[in-house]
Design a protein around this ligand. Structure first.
Ligand code: SAM
Length: 284
């Protein structure tokens, strides 16, 4: 078997990826590829002891670089994504959990001292929000809803794998009522990207992530927010809280919707880039 050196493979991988991803992202991707394919850690790259890859590993490496260069997300290639300290199974049927959404879990956790809350997550996708809340709020129960049967299967798989107290069920929020009463909390990160925003989106999102999870019509961009705000009134108990992730362009409109529907204490929260990204209000 031929002798290879981790530092050299690392630099080589960066050079291959750099034209598409730029230096910083190429480095991050290269660390992952070396770890996953050759079992080479960051420390092994520094130590730089030789290693002896077999033909299959080398072929795999080549294939993965090719797939990345065709804009396929690394999370789809390895079928996993990190979210709030856990690894979730993901594939083309679910949105890849976004780092910014992790802040929503923190906002909810810090909102008040929850006591065994009963919760629902509308548009659960991979189940990343539902499972993270179930795992971080003691004694909680959560049902995750989605219109996509494939997403529900994935969410259930993730909950079982992570041992999260979450169950999942089909629901078309635009057609059906939320089948609960007396919930303490409803959370939703619904589709919120307008069709007209497609031009500014990266190819790795447009070509590989489910349109069903992303897009809303230009003429009714708040359709999910309006519907959930209306339907949540019957599902939340008095004092129950509704949390959203929102399109940064619609903070003011979301607050107005809450006010119009007689919710109390409407609030907007910014993400780590200072953009209006989350909202909450209390149903009293
Ligand atoms: C933006 S993704 C959010 C996924 C996940 N909660 C997250 O934060 O990563 C929106 C989700 O809403 C689901 N969805 C789209 N239309 C829906 C509908 N009419 N009723 C229920 N869920 C819907 C999609 O299948 C998708 O999983």
């Amino acid at each position: 078997m031929e002798e290879y050196f981790p530092k050299h493979t690392f630099q080589n991988t960066i050079t291959l990826l750099n034209p598409i991803f730029g230096l910083q992202e190429s480095q991050a991707l290269s660390y992952i590829i070396l770890e996953k394919i050759f079992n080479i850690s960051k420390t092994s790259i520094i130590v730089n002891d030789p290693y002896y890859p077999d033909a299959l590993q080398l072929k795999n490496f080549e294939l993965i670089v090719q797939r990345l260069l065709k804009n396929e997300p690394i999370q789809h290639i390895f079928k996993e994504a990190e979210f709030y300290g856990n690894t979730f199974y993901v594939d083309k049927n679910v949105l890849i959990p976004r780092q910014e959404t992790e802040l929503l879990i923190q906002i909810i956790g810090n909102y008040k001292n929850w006591e065994k809350p009963k919760m629902a997550d509308i548009g659960t996708g991979s189940g990343c929000i539902a499972c993270s809340l179930a795992l971080s709020i003691e004694g909680s129960q959560i049902v995750g809803y989605d219109i996509s049967p494939e997403a529900l299967q994935i969410a259930q798989h993730n909950a079982s794998k992570l041992n999260a107290n979450a169950v999942f069920s089909p629901l078309d929020i635009l057609e059906d009522e939320i089948p609960h009463k007396e919930l303490d909390l409803i959370v939703s990160n619904p589709p919120y990207v307008m069709d007209q925003e497609k031009q500014q989106m990266k190819k790795n999102v447009l070509d590989f992530e489910p349109a069903l999870a992303l897009f809303v019509p230009d003429e009714n961009p708040l359709i999910f927010y309006k519907t959930i705000i209306e339907k949540a009134k019957k599902a939340l108990k008095r004092g129950g809280v509704l949390f959203f992730e929102i399109n940064e362009q619609f903070g003011k409109e979301t607050l107005l919707l809450f006010q119009h529907h007689s919710y109390n204490e409407p609030k907007i929260y910014k993400d780590l880039h200072g953009k209006q990204r989350f909202a909450s209000a209390i149903w009293e």
